[in-house]
Design a protein around this ligand. Structure first.
Ligand SMILES: N[C@@H](CCC(=O)N[C@@H](CS)C(=O)NCC(=O)O)C(=O)O
Length: 217
């Protein structure tokens, strides 16, 4: 069974949890509180030198970091991964876009405004840039979604899961989504897909987990 090191309110971690839910794949979820430095302990850094979640243990002692790499690992051979050369490349194109245009802006705004106490005051200088660049990313998505239901392959894929992670919380961190009707319709489409779970959802712990969680995390 996979073991996922994840933080409940991390959009990058949620992307992995959402893919696992769509695939109905059993896994153990280990909460890592990055705000308390739990991803920077020597033990965690030995597993992921970047000190970040999500982190997937795919086999005993074999770890995979980077949310979009995790999505690909999980999706290969399933309907969540496109199977033609061009569709796969387009999914990747949108996943790179997510990491360089969306996540650094909406993800940062979400982290500082919603997760860090006093974060708005600490980041007043950066917020304007995040909003400007985040809106530009949302507009690129809006333009695509005016003529497409999904981002690649004409169906829900890991590209949608990657982009959903932070787009769905944009309205919690100063972004007004009301001028992006196609983005809103796509958000609802993803949410209506069988297997969808919200960011709050956690898998039920396996019976033996309670005793071992603390020691293993
Ligand atoms: N590019 C990485 C980014 C991961 C990332 O930024 N994770 C954050 C939580 S959303 C984290 O663990 N931050 C803790 C830290 O950097 O100390 C991915 O997509 O997985």
């Amino acid at each position: 069974m996979y073991k996922l090191f994840s933080m409940q309110r991390s959009g990058n971690s949620y992307k992995a949890r959402l893919a696992l839910a769509f695939l109905d794949a059993p896994y153990r979820c280990i909460e890592v509180d990055i705000l308390r430095g739990e991803s920077r302990t020597p033990d965690f850094l030995a597993k992921n030198p970047s000190g970040q979640v999500p982190l997937l243990e795919v086999a005993q002692g074999r770890y995979l970091a980077e949310s979009n790499a995790i999505l690909w690992y999980l999706a290969v051979g399933t309907s969540l991964a496109p199977d033609t050369r061009m569709d796969r490349a387009e999914a990747l194109q949108w996943m790179f876009f997510e990491q360089h245009a969306l996540e650094p802006n909406i993800g940062s705004a979400y982290f500082w405004l919603c997760l860090v106490k006093g974060g708005r005051d600490l980041q007043t200088h950066a917020l304007e840039d995040w909003l400007e660049r985040g809106y530009a990313a949302l507009q690129v998505m809006e333009n695509h979604l005016k003529t497409h239901d999904y981002f690649a392959a004409g169906q829900l894929t890991i590209a949608d899961i990657a982009l959903y992670g932070y787009t769905h919380v944009a309205d919690q961190c100063d972004f007004d989504l009301s001028t992006f009707p196609s983005v809103n319709a796509w958000l609802r489409r993803v949410e209506q897909t069988p297997g969808f779970v919200t960011m709050d959802w956690t898998p039920a712990p396996a019976p033996h987990d309670h005793a071992n969680f603390a020691a293993e995390a």
